[in-house]
Ligand binder design. Sequence first.
Ligand code: MG
Length: 419
Amino acid sequence: MPPLAVAGPQAFRIRRLAEVLTAECFLRYTLHMLAPYAVAHSRGRRHPEPAHPYRKDFQRDRDRVIHSRAFRRLEAKTQVFTRRYSDHFRNRLTHTIEVAQISRTIAAQLGLNVDLVEALALVHDIGHPPFGHAGEKALDSAMRRHGLSFDHNLHALRIVEDFELRYAAFRGLNLTFEVREGIIKHSRDYDVAEYPELAEYMLDSRPPLEAQLIDATDEIAYTTADLDDGFEARLLALDQIKEAVPVFARFSGDVEKIYPEAPKKLQFNEVLRRVLDRWVGDLIQNTRAQIEDACNPGRPRPGKAGVDARPYTIGLDDVRACPQRLVLLSSEMETERRETKEFLYQNLYFSTALEPEKDDAERVITELFNLWMKQPEKLPSSYQEKAAQEPLARIVCDYIAGMTDNFIYEQYEKYCENV
Ligand code: MG
């Protein structure tokens, strides 16, 4: 420490304060130590950039996603319920924030790179079109009539690589390799023979645990949230959920004993938070067990046959070489989650109450798609210019996929309703 220009009790107090601050910094550092299997550094960006003086690479990615237009538009995109139902229900943005919150909690417990996890969580639904899954289905059907298809992961990659225009030096957000890889490996696998343009993302390798985590938390977040919104919308009744979802029935019994006088909605909340806590706790414990199993001394390292002398740990390369993903619920909890998801499919997602919304989505997207295919001169000029380089159907699809629910309704009123 440099000599202090003050003496006496004041100098002592300053020195003591410096010691406390140093200890605090060290504590923060140790708390943020990464596990050996975490992503410690990025492989880099498509366009090299100098390091930022006080933000790390994945922190910059997180911030770039937050400041993007596509991220802001998530606020007006349907998750399950449109605004017609209530302002209280999740939209694509609040769902995204919930995924980020759950993911950060788990990542810290597992020693994963929390900054990368947060960036991946915030970007994970950025490629979704308006009107939730109904919109995605309608857009895909429209594309298939032209021999193409719509895929929200691939669309998300186009957004961050090309559509977002914020920087003079390059198109897109110039995100790190790891965030782009996480986008492509979200919830599905691509075959390199079918998608040679994605070869740089090592399609035969498992994604890092940070990316695997987002898939698991996404499922947990929307399953519990959709129960909540479905109950609040009075489309799902407490007794109906208890009958079909055993884990819900079990916790309901506990909660009714502890809070017999509480209003039904608060009893429901108490049950739901116990279910969420149970699955999150299990995901942490079971993933640790999966990692320990993959680390078990005496077993060959994943993907490295014949190498048996190794430390009691696995690194990122081993995670990538593993034949299966490691961030998993235990089989018991996975069964619970599947039962709950199945219940939601039967009683919420495919309910007659939501049919008018789905019909709307299909009609609006299909009619606008067909209109712009027939009259591309009605597209904005920037999209007309792009149509010189790519099939018109892809350009129309990109335009529609980027829209919010509000904006696409405006377009529908403008071009289709008064025809
Ligand atoms: Mg999601």
